[in-house]
Design a protein around this ligand. Structure first.
Ligand code: PLP
Length: 257
């Protein structure tokens, strides 16, 4: 089974295509990658990013889709309207051959740096990209930006998830709602809404959203149902985070794979 990650290059290996491919490998999925942006960062500092030329992204997608059947697509950082347009074009063209598309809408790095060129892109993301997506995995801030709903309670969260479903994706996972020492993630589909909680860890990690969405894609590709794949991906990630917490590597953010 072959999947691709369409995402940014993080030289520290803590996020983006490098991390996604580590997850694919650990979960037994063969993978390739399309770099959409070159970021300048390590685990302490984010200096900036440069988008990859639209023509390059176009050529790579052409090469990959005309070769090994691509059964899964994980989308991460889509930095500019030009790259977004190309990604949408290729996903539309090949949607029927792809089993699952998981989109982690990384709009801002944990270190605070914006990962999209302008907020106008949100309009195209919602109109063109979301209807192609099986599962979108925003954190609270990303869900709030995409839906324009301020999320401060679980009923706001439910409202935000329903709004994202209405935009056309088949299911929504909103991550990182913390309360009383626990962190909750919510999975919402047209006929279900469930939450999953874990004890909040006291370390800040780099790339948890990337790793979760890639793990979710892998479990979906292995044939698990959405609900089961969601639980398996959460448990799998939590084990790695706990291990990394005991042997931390990194500056302001801890690397865990
Ligand atoms: N994808 C890429 C390429 C990134 O560079 C980053 C952040 O730096 C992310 C995703 C998001 O990762 P995080 O939420 O850990 O900052």
């Amino acid at each position: 089974m072959y999947a691709i990650s369409i995402a940014g290059f993080d030289p520290s290996g803590g996020a983006g295509v490098l991390l996604d491919l580590k997850v694919f490998s650990l979960l037994g999925i063969r993978g390739g990658g399309v770099i959409t942006a070159l970021t300048l960062q390590n685990t302490s500092t984010f200096l900036g990013w440069e988008p990859v030329e639209r023509r390059y992204v176009e050529k790579v997608l052409d090469l990959l889709f005309s070769d090994v059947p691509v059964k899964g697509v994980k989308i991460g950082m889509v930095p500019t309207p030009e790259v977004l347009e190309v990604v949408v074009f290729y996903l539309k063209k090949h949607r029927n051959e792809i089993s699952y598309i998981v989109y982690d809408p990384v709009l801002r790095a944990t270190l605070g740096y914006p990962l999209i060129a302008s907020s106008q892109m949100l309009f195209t993301i919602k109109k063109e990209l979301l209807p192609l997506v099986d599962t979108i995995t925003p954190n609270l801030e990303e869900a709030s930006l995409l839906t324009e709903i301020k999320i401060s309670s679980s009923s706001d969260l439910r409202k935000a998830a329903k709004t994202l479903l209405k935009l056309g994706c088949k299911s929504v996972v909103i991550t990182g709602y913390s309360s009383r020492g626990n962190v909750y993630d919510f999975l919402c589909g047209s006929s279900y809404f469930l939450s999953f909680s874990k004890k909040l860890l006291n370390t800040e990690f780099h790339g948890t959203g990337c790793a979760f969405s890639s793990a979710l894609l892998c479990f979906l590709l292995k044939g698990f149902s959405k609900i089961f794949a969601f639980k398996k991906a959460k448990n799998w990630l939590y084990l790695y985070l706990k291990k990394a917490q005991d042997f931390p590597i990194g500056g302001r953010l801890c690397l865990f794979l």
